[in-house]
Design a protein around this ligand. Structure first.
Ligand code: ADP
Length: 250
């Protein structure tokens, strides 16, 4: 019986590893596709954008209905460009820093970036930062990007009244733990296992890349990211980053 249990355990672990491999392959394929597409489409897109700008200037105050139609076209163009940028930002072979990370400072930076947006949406953000936090190693911009992703999702899931988000840092067992908890819509149990899959989204205009990219970044830093959620009550993401004495590359 114990042998059987062992086989079962190993099979499950293998299946999980295989699944992860498929997910990161998927992410890599999306990346390659995105960069070649963006390359091909960027020039005509820019031509359309500047043509549109010219037409709008020429129209000036004439034909307000046409102008408002053109404004919609411009907004949609901007959306396409944002999608490309999001995909390329991640896949472009940028240099990855490997420096001591001041996680509390990163959290403060995220608060500043999100302040206006949260204020406008009536969401309270609470920071609870640990004193004397040890330092993991990595790229502060990438960790900031992850926290922004999580924060934007939390803001989108926020309830109408008494919405709040709590960002906490702590140290435990040679790990720095960052927790981001919201009291928003929550996630249904059948969606939960698919959350980090590339292209998984429940939003009408979602891309489904935020969490997949976030997990990739955290794992590249040697860490892990997990989620717990109760539908109708809220969601908590937890990031663990290993603490290093010296930031040298392995
Ligand atoms: P996107 O935001 O484009 O949908 P993500 O990968 O960032 O892509 O998120 C995937 C899905 O996870 C979202 O569509 C949403 O259903 C769910 N989700 C993520 N964060 C939260 C949250 N804080 N509260 C509720 N649902 C969430």
């Amino acid at each position: 019986a114990s042998l059987e249990a062992k086989v079962e355990e190993r099979t499950a672990a293998l299946r999980a590893a295989q699944n992860r491999l498929i997910q990161s392959e998927k992410l890599a394929v999306i990346g390659q596709l995105a960069s070649s597409l963006a390359h091909e489409l960027n020039n005509p897109l820019q031509a359309i954008e500047s043509g549109l700008g010219l037409v709008m200037t020429q129209l000036n105050n004439a034909a307000p209905e046409v102008r408002s139609d053109l404004t919609i076209i411009r907004q949609e163009l901007e959306r396409i460009q944002t999608i490309f940028r999001q995909m390329l930002d991640f896949y472009r072979p940028v240099s990855h820093e490997h420096l001591p990370l001041d996680v509390n400072a990163i959290c403060e930076g995220v608060r500043i970036l999100m302040r206006k947006r949260l204020q406008d949406a009536g969401i309270t953000l609470r920071l609870q930062l640990a004193d004397h936090l040890p330092t993991p190693c990595g790229d502060s911009n990438q960790i900031k990007q992850v926290l922004l992703n999580l924060m934007l999702n939390a803001a989108e899931a926020a309830r109408r009244e008494a919405a709040h988000i709590q960002l906490t840092t702590a140290a435990q067992d040679q790990m720095v733990i960052i927790t981001l908890a919201d009291n928003g819509a929550g996630i249904s149990p059948e969606h939960l296992p698919r959350l980090f899959e590339p292209l998984f989204t429940t939003k009408l205009r979602g891309l489904g890349l935020g969490l997949a990219i976030s997990r990739e970044i955290i794992e590249r830093h040697g860490g892990s990211i997990g989620v717990e959620s109760v539908l109708g009550a809220g969601t908590t993401f937890q990031i663990k980053l290993p603490v290093k004495e010296v930031c040298d590359r392995e």
